[in-house]
Design a protein around this ligand. Structure first.
Ligand code: NAD
Ligand code: UDP
Ligand code: UDP
Length: 318
């Protein structure tokens, strides 16, 4: 085998972010094993990679043990949209907790480096703005979002403890809201919902008054950040925020998408879901310092334009 070629496992590799990551890792000349149970992911997202002899697709659930020899693991398996992660809350917790234990056990056995896709949700409904990594968060442990938030918090704890007790080389990325091509049209997250509604001239569904904010990152910037994080020295574990600090309200997002699509959609207001965070913005000073010159390059208008083009094509062909 080529000495530079690494064998890399991507769990959740047939999902939105995972499929972009698999593409990038293959393009860099690595061998990629994509593991997915296809709960929210789809074979369709990686089907174009199947002809590559260095790509393998495995149908498997991370809550079950998995034996393989690899150099690196990106642990992305977990539904990310509130609609999907609340569909079977216990399964979501098992995926984050048992999935992390299995992947950490694997990393320990084969001495692989392992990266956890954590989330800005570990900050809950933050009382500190923007959020630095040192902030411990404000999470409702028994609320509707807790299966996701607390599962991810427990996963971070597992990662740190496997590092301390078993010397596993770990990296924790706290990912902020990410969007881009290959999101599912019925994924339920705000960017895909608004774009699909706008393209179909249907009502744009704003939850609450639309004044809650998020900071949206284009998927290419995230993949670049994850790659750089994996390549940091072994003594840098994170957690590190990876996101785009430009913050927008949901009303501003809706107006931008209507303008970019030239849609006739009207805005409609629906109740705000329980425990929906009011504001969220990453402090990315640590990422800029540690991730070898990383910073987000694609701003909202450019990223939305590419994502709109993707959905426009998809809706025409389905
Ligand atoms: P996604 O739902 O598109 O992808 C998740 C993938 O994991 C899917 O392919 C799904 O089938 C797979 N999966 C779920 N449970 C599994 C299990 N038990 N075993 C094997 N595979 C399983 O979501 P995404 O946006 O691509 O998110 C990927 C990761 O990044 C997730 O861990 C998510 O929590 C994290 N993240 C995403 C965002 C975001 O804005 N997209 C923000 C923060 C964190
Ligand atoms: N595991 C796995 N693949 C491996 C090694 C371990 O899936 O290659 C799983 C195994 O099922 C175990 C878990 O990872 O339950 C945690 O492994 P660890 O070695 O930490 O603990 P133990 O084996 O003592 O439970
Ligand atoms: N949201 C909305 N309309 C939708 C979907 C979501 O107004 O059709 C809101 C949601 O209430 C939240 C924000 O958009 O305030 C971001 O939601 P998303 O599910 O994309 O991400 P998260 O809440 O997990 O950050």
């Amino acid at each position: 085998m080529d000495a530079r070629k690494k064998r890399i496992l991507v769990t959740g590799g047939a999902g939105f972010i995972g499929s972009h990551l698999c593409e990038q890792l293959l393009a860099e000349g690595n061998e990629v094993i994509c593991l997915d149970n296809f709960f929210t992911g789809a074979k369709q997202k990686v089907v174009h990679l199947l002809s590559n002899p260095y790509f393998e697709l495995v149908r498997h659930d991370v809550t079950m043990p998995f034996y393989i020899e690899v150099d690196e693991i990106y642990n992305l398996a977990c539904p990310a949209s509130p609609v999907h992660y609340q569909f079977n809350a216990i399964k979501t917790i098992k995926t984050s907790v048992m999935g992390s234990i299995n992947m950490l056990g694997l990393a320990k056995r084969v001495k692989a480096k392992i990266l956890q896709a954590s989330t800005s949700e570990v900050y809950g409904d933050p009382e500190l703005h923007p959020q630095p990594e040192s902030y411990w968060g404000n999470v409702n442990p028994i609320g509707v979002r807790s299966c996701y938030d607390e599962g991810k918090r427990c996963a971070e704890s597992l990662f740190v403890n496997y590092h301390q007790q078993n010397q596993v080389v770990i990296k924790i990325a706290r990912i902020f809201n990410t969007y881009g091509p290959k999101m599912e049209p019925d994924d339920g997250r705000v960017v895909s919902n608004f774009i699909v509604q706008a393209l179909q001239n249907k009502d744009i569904t704003i939850f609450g008054d639309g004044l809650q904010s998020r900071s949206f990152q284009y998927v290419d910037d995230l993949v670049d950040g994850l790659r750089r994080l994996m390549q940091t020295p072994d003594d840098f574990l994170g957690p590190v925020n990876i996101g785009n600090p430009h913050e927008f309200t949901m009303l501003e997002l809706a107006e931008k998408i209507i303008a970019l699509t030239g849609s006739r959609s009207k805005i409609t207001y629906l109740p705000l879901p329980e425990d929906d965070p009011i504001q969220r913005q990453p402090d990315i000073s640590l990422a800029k310092e540690k991730l070898n010159g990383w910073e987000p390059k694609v701003q909202l208008e450019e990223g939305l334009t590419k994502t709109i083009a993707y959905f426009d094509e998809l809706l025409k062909t389905t």
